[in-house]
Design a protein around this ligand. Structure first.
Ligand SMILES: Cc1cc2nc3c(=O)[nH]c(=O)nc-3n(C[C@H](O)[C@H](O)[C@H](O)COP(=O)(O)OP(=O)(O)OC[C@H]3O[C@@H](n4cnc5c(N)ncnc54)[C@H](O)[C@@H]3O)c2cc1C
Length: 367
């Protein structure tokens, strides 16, 4: 249940394996976090487990590049992590070594190389780390493509159909009816803990703002992220902003990003938006000349350990969860689906599934 990118990826994986799949969503497909996301497909290494899942996800996205319709807007633009000072450049070198030891190509840029790649960055930056194999997709159409794949293998998709609870092998629908299935996969993002009884399952909404400019093709060439992003994304602060901008296929620049806990109000907050835009303009002064044509906010489904929950619900035969992908759920949708489908079908997943399993929640870990 759930036709965000994670549910769509699970549906495609299972339907392709011959499972009869029915996807249910309370609203429209890709109407939750997926509609709000940036679509940056990247390797990230908060932990070895995160690296394994993002790397597999990125590989699986790459594997689909030949079959994507143009609407998916896949752009193999790569990422440049921008270093603002010597300390950050040293962090870039260390990350380069860490990636090289694991066979992940990356390139340390000195200041000259950085400005050759991205001449509109402000003067005075020290360099960066270029991750050539990262890419960008447009999440709503990528989700539509995954659902179309599932449909092509016999799946059905029901929208405007709300579930109120999953328990005792039964899916209780909001309209009071009940449905049964051999297996139920709950991929309802931030709603998952309200639908499934699982002690220790904590998925918090982490609000994020985005803004998109009018068209200015060629202004930037990579997804550009400040190296300080990791500190601000996963540090202790309740509210943070970081420079994180993306070239869109339309020539527009998508500007992020902010992170806020303690709110479930989807309204765009002018103060947070202004902070985020100021940060972006500090790195890319020319952005100040580009009109912003749209702004919005969405909620990342965040877990306390920054890893998604992908596995069976103990004590509830046939009930599975794939939720809690925080800020990398577009990237890790395909790898999570692969892990889930492999486990469900008795195949061996290509990565160790243990770090994402529901078993780690036992004991009721909370914030
Ligand atoms: C600002 C922002 C930027 C981001 N940038 C990136 C990025 O660059 N790269 C990246 O990899 N990730 C990014 N993410 C994260 C990514 O968007 C999410 O992790 C991902 O979309 C989560 O997908 P999901 O399918 O789990 O959840 P959702 O997309 O929220 O889908 C859940 C679905 O469940 C349905 N549902 C809920 N309750 C019920 C119910 N009771 N009955 C039936 N259906 C129900 C909802 O309608 C919804 O469609 C970003 C997120 C945000 C907010």
């Amino acid at each position: 249940m759930g036709a965000g990118i994670v549910g769509a990826a699970c549906a495609a994986s299972l339907a392709e394996a011959g499972v009869q799949v029915r996807v249910i969503d309370a609203r429209r497909f890709a109407s939750g976090a997926t509609a709000a996301g940036m679509g940056h497909i990247l390797v990230l290494d908060d932990s070895d487990a995160q690296l394994a899942l993002t790397r597999l996800g990125r590989d699986l996205w790459d594997g689909l590049r030949e079959v994507f319709p143009t609407a998916v807007e896949r752009d193999p633009c790569g990422t440049v992590w921008v270093a603002a000072d010597e300390e950050e450049l040293e962090a870039a070198r260390q990350r380069h070594t860490y990636y090289a030891e694991r066979g992940i190509p990356s390139e340390v840029l000195d200041a000259d190389a950085l400005y050759r790649h991205e001449p509109h960055l402000r003067p005075g930056l020290t360099g960066g780390l270029r991750i050539v194999e990262d890419s960008v997709v447009y999440p709503p159409t990528a989700t539509a493509h995954l659902l179309a794949t599932a449909r092509a293998h016999g799946a059905t998709v029901e929208e405007q159909t709300s579930v109120s609870r999953c328990a005792d092998g039964v899916v209780h629908m909001a309209d009071g009816t009940r449905r049964e299935a051999d297996v139920v996969v709950v991929a309802a993002g931030i709603a998952t803990p309200h639908l499934v009884e699982l002690p220790g399952l904590v998925i918090q909404p982490k609000k994020g703002h985005l803004a998109i400019t009018s068209r200015c093709p060629g202004f930037i060439h990579h997804q550009l992220v400040e190296l300080g992003y990791l500190k601000s994304a996963h540090g202790g602060e309740r509210t943070s902003v970081a420079f994180n901008v993306q070239p869109r296929a339309t020539g527009q620049i998508l500007i992020g990003s902010s992170r806020q806990l303690d709110t479930d109000d989807p309204v765009v907050e002018p103060e947070i938006l202004a902070r985020m835009l100021r940060r972006a303009i500090e790195f890319l002064p020319g952005l100040a000349q580009l009109p912003i044509v749209r702004t919005w906010a969405g909620f990342r489904p965040a877990t306390p350990d920054n890893l998604p929950v992908v596995g069976p619900v103990p004590g509830s035969p046939g009930l599975w969860i794939a939720s809690g992908h925080e800020g990398v759920g577009i990237t890790t949708s395909l790898s999570s689906a692969r892990v889930l489908a492999d486990r469900l079908l008795g195949r061996t997943p290509p990565i160790d599934p243990t770090p994402y399993d529901t078993a780690r929640l036992a004991g009721g870990a909370t914030h």
